[in-house]
Design a protein around this ligand. Structure first.
Ligand code: ATP
Ligand code: MG
Length: 574
C-alpha cells in the first residue's frame, strides 16, 4: 500500500454538527475508533460537470461536507470530467457557485479527475503488464452481446489472450491516435462468468477524439467512470467514498481495481438517492427541458436545480434543514415536495418582511374620505420578530384591493367585501361597501364605492362591533406597478417518470406551472426591493425580486412559495 495523500490541510468549513446520526456516520465513527485510517476523514463530492446541480446533489454534498466537518476532516470537490463530449466549463463554474451559495467550502481541495489522467494512464499500463487488462477489438455492440445476461454467462472475447507486449503496443497506439474511435477499447481481464455483470471484463479506457475542456488535445483516450473514480479516490487519499445505491454493484469492481493495482484503498459506501415528488432529477432530462425551451433555462424557478431554487427565493438554510430532515438511508423512497416547501416556509416565516401587494387589482373609492388627504399608517414588518420594527404606509381615498376579496353574490362564510358589508382594511379603517360600478358591456365590476368610519383608525370600532374580515390594500396613487410570476409544480403527477407505457416524463408536464400577472400593484416601500430579500405579500405568499428580469422601474417578483402548508397538515394528521 502506498501512503495516502491529501492530509488534513485546509479549513473544514461548512456544515457544523448534524443533529442526527445515520448508518454512514456510524461507519465513520467506528473507523475513527479503530484507527482504520489513522484518524483521517476525507470525503469527496464528485459531480460530473454535464449540467447544473439539483436538490439531490445538495443532499449528497451536505452529507459529504457534513461528515468531514463533524470529524475535523476535509471534503474534496472533484469534477468527474472523464467524458469531454458532454462536459463544459460553464457547468463546473455554476456548480462551484451553487455549492458556495449553500455555504460549503472545499478550501484548496478542488480536483478534477482529469488532473489524474497521467497517473490513471500509468495504472492502466500497470494492469496490462500484470496480465490484468487487454485491448479488445470487438465493437460496442459485440461487447454487449458477449457480455451475456443475468441468467446467462458471458463469452470471452477472442482478443482476451493477447500477449502483454501486444497489449502494450496497441494501447500505446490508442493513446497516440492511431486508431479510430470505437475500433478498440482497453478492458480489465476479470471474469466473464461472474454473477455481477460489472465484473465481466469491463471497459476501462476508450478512444474519444474530442478535445477536453481542461487537457485540450493531450489525450484521445479517456478512462471510464469505473476506472477513474476509485483510483482518483485513492490518489487523493479519500477515506470514505460515499455514493448512491446504483453503484452498489460497482463496488466489487472498485475493490478489484484497487487491489490489483495494490494502491491505497478507500471504502465505498452507498446511500439512497433523493427522489422528490412532482419533479425529475436526472441532469439529462433537465437538460432536455432547457434545450427544448420547456423552461427558460437551468435557473428557471420551476426547476429542481439549486440555481432555480435560489432565483425562486429558496434560502440555503431551508435547503439544509430539508437535507437534515430527510436523513440518510439505504432504501430508496420518494419525498413529498410539500416537505421541502414546508422547510422553505418555516424559514421565510422567520425572516420575511410583511408587505402589501395586490395581485389582481380592483379599484376602491372611499366616498367620504377627503380627496387630497394622505395618511401614514403604521404597519408591522414581521409579527414573528418585533425587532424587525414597523414602517409607514400611505393611505388615501383611492385604493386597490384584490378582485377576489369582493363578491357580488357572497357564499356562506365569505367574510370579505360584498354590497352592504363592513370589513377591516389591514392597519387601516373599517369600510363598508355601498355601491359598485360595472362595465356596461361586460357587466364586470370595475370599481367599488365604499365609506369609512373615521373613528376606526387602526382597525378597531370604539363601540366594539364585530367585523370578521380583514383585507389588504394599497393606495392607488402611491402604489407601484409590478409583474408577479406564480409557479406551480413542474409536473402534475407525483412520479413523472412513471407514466403509462410508451409515454415519457414530458407527457406529465403541468401546463399551468407558470402564471404571469402583469397588472399587479405593490406598496411603495418595495421600490427599493433587492434580489435576495424575502417578502411575505400578506395573504398571498412569499415572494422575492427576480434577479434577472426586475429593475427598479419595472419590478418583477417570483412567488417562492404559497402560504398554504399542506405538509404541516399531513404532519398533524399522522
Ligand atoms: P444525474 O442523473 O443528476 O446526472 P448523477 O449521479 O449522474 O446524477 P453526478 O454529477 O455524477 O450526477 O452526481 C454527483 C454526486 O451526487 C454523486 O455522488 C451522486 O451519487 C450524487 N447524486 C446525484 N443525484 C442524487 C440524488 N438524487 N440524491 C442524492 N445524491 C445524488
Ligand atoms: Mg453521473
Amino acid at each position: 500500500m502506498t501512503a495516502p495523500k491529501g492530509e488534513q490541510a485546509g479549513s473544514p468549513a461548512g456544515p457544523t454538527a448534524a443533529p442526527t446520526s445515520d448508518f454512514i456516520r456510524s461507519i465513520v465513527a467506528e473507523d475513527l475508533r479503530t484507527g482504520r485510517y489513522q484518524g483521517r476523514v476525507v470525503t469527496r463530492f464528485p459531480p460530473e460537470p454535464n449540467g447544473y446541480l439539483h436538490i439531490g446533489h445538495a443532499k449528497s454534498a451536505w452529507l459529504n461536507f457534513g461528515i468531514a466537518a463533524e470529524n475535523g476532516g476535509v471534503c474534496h470537490l472533484r469534477f468527474d470530467d472523464t467524458n469531454p463530449a458532454k462536459e463544459d466549463v460553464e457547468y463546473a463554474d455554476s456548480m462551484q457557485e451553487d455549492l458556495r451559495w449553500l455555504g460549503l467550502d472545499w478550501g484548496d481541495h478542488l480536483y478534477y479527475s482529469s488532473d489524474h489522467f497521467d497517473t490513471l494512464h500509468a495504472y492502466a499500463v500497470q494492469l496490462i503488464e500484470a496480465g490484468k487488462a487487454y485491448v479488445c477489438d470487438l465493437s460496442q455492440e459485440e461487447i454487449r452481446r458477449y457480455r451475456g445476461t443475468l441468467t446467462e454467462v458471458g463469452k470471452e472475447s477472442p482478443y482476451r489472450n493477447r500477449t502483454v507486449a501486444e497489449n502494450l503496443e496497441l494501447f500505446e497506439g490508442m493513446r497516440v491516435g492511431e486508431f479510430q474511435e470505437g475500433s478498440r477499447v482497453l478492458r480489465a481481464k476479470i471474469d466473464m462468468s461472474s454473477g455481477n455483470l460489472n465484473m465481466r471484463d469491463p471497459v476501462i479506457y476508450r478512444i474519444l477524439k474530442v478535445p477536453h475542456h481542461r487537457t485540450g488535445d493531450k489525450w484521445c483516450i479517456y478512462p471510464t467512470y469505473d476506472f477513474a473514480h476509485g483510483q482518483s479516490d485513492s490518489i487523493e487519499g479519500v477515506t470514505h467514498s460515499i455514493c448512491t445505491v446504483e453503484f452498489e454493484d460497482h463496488r466489487p469492481l472498485y475493490d478489484w481495481l484497487l487491489d490489483e493495482l495494490n494502491i491505497y484503498h478507500p471504502q465505498q459506501i452507498e446511500f439512497a438517492r433523493l427522489n422528490l415528488s412532482h419533479t425529475i432529477m436526472s441532469k439529462r432530462k433537465l437538460r432536455e427541458l432547457v434545450e427544448q425551451g420547456v423552461v427558460s433555462g437551468w435557473d428557471d424557478p420551476r426547476m429542481p436545480t439549486l440555481s432555480g431554487m435560489r432565483r425562486r427565493g429558496y434560502t440555503p438554510e431551508s435547503i439544509r434543514t430539508f437535507c437534515e430532515r430527510i436523513g440518510v438511508a439505504k432504501r430508496e423512497n420518494t419525498v413529498e415536495i410539500a416537505m421541502l416547501e414546508h422547510c422553505v416556509r418555516e424559514d421565510l416565516n422567520r425572516r420575511a418582511l410583511r408587505v402589501a401587494a395586490v395581485l389582481r387589482p380592483l379599484r376602491l373609492v372611499i366616498e367620504n374620505y377627503p380627496e387630497d388627504q394622505v395618511e401614514e399608517l403604521e404597519a408591522v414588518n414581521n409579527p414573528e420578530d418585533p425587532s424587525m420594527g414597523s414602517r409607514r404606509v400611505p393611505f388615501s381615498r383611492e385604493l386597490y384591493v384584490e378582485r377576489d376579496d369582493f363578491s357580488e353574490d357572497p357564499p356562506a362564510k365569505f367574510f370579505r367585501l360584498a354590497l352592504g358589508r363592513e370589513v377591516r382594511l389591514r392597519y387601516g379603517y373599517l369600510i363598508t361597501c355601498v355601491g359598485v360600478t360595472k362595465d356596461e358591456e361586460t357587466g364586470e365590476v370595475t370599481e367599488l364605492r365604499c365609506t369609512y368610519d373615521p373613528e376606526t383608525r387602526g382597525g378597531h370600532a370604539p363601540d366594539g362591533r364585530r367585523v370578521r374580515g380583514t383585507i389588504h390594500w394599497v393606495s392607488a396613487a402611491h402604489s407601484l406597478p409590478a409583474e408577479v410570476r406564480l409557479y406551480d409544480h413542474l409536473f402534475t403527477t407525483e412520479k413523472p417518470d412513471d407514466g403509462p407505457a410508451g409515454s415519457d416524463y414530458r407527457s406529465n408536464l403541468n401546463p399551468s406551472s407558470l402564471e404571469v400577472l402583469t397588472a399587479c400593484r405593490v406598496e411603495p416601500s418595495l421600490a427599493t426591493a433587492r434580489p435576495g430579500t424575502p417578502y411575505q405579500f400578506e395573504r398571498r405568499g412569499y415572494f422575492c425580486v427576480d434577479p434577472h428580469d426586475s429593475s427598479p422601474g419595472a419590478l418583477v417578483f417570483n412567488r417562492t412559495v404559497s402560504l398554504r402548508d399542506s405538509w404541516s397538515k399531513i404532519d398533524r394528521e399522522v
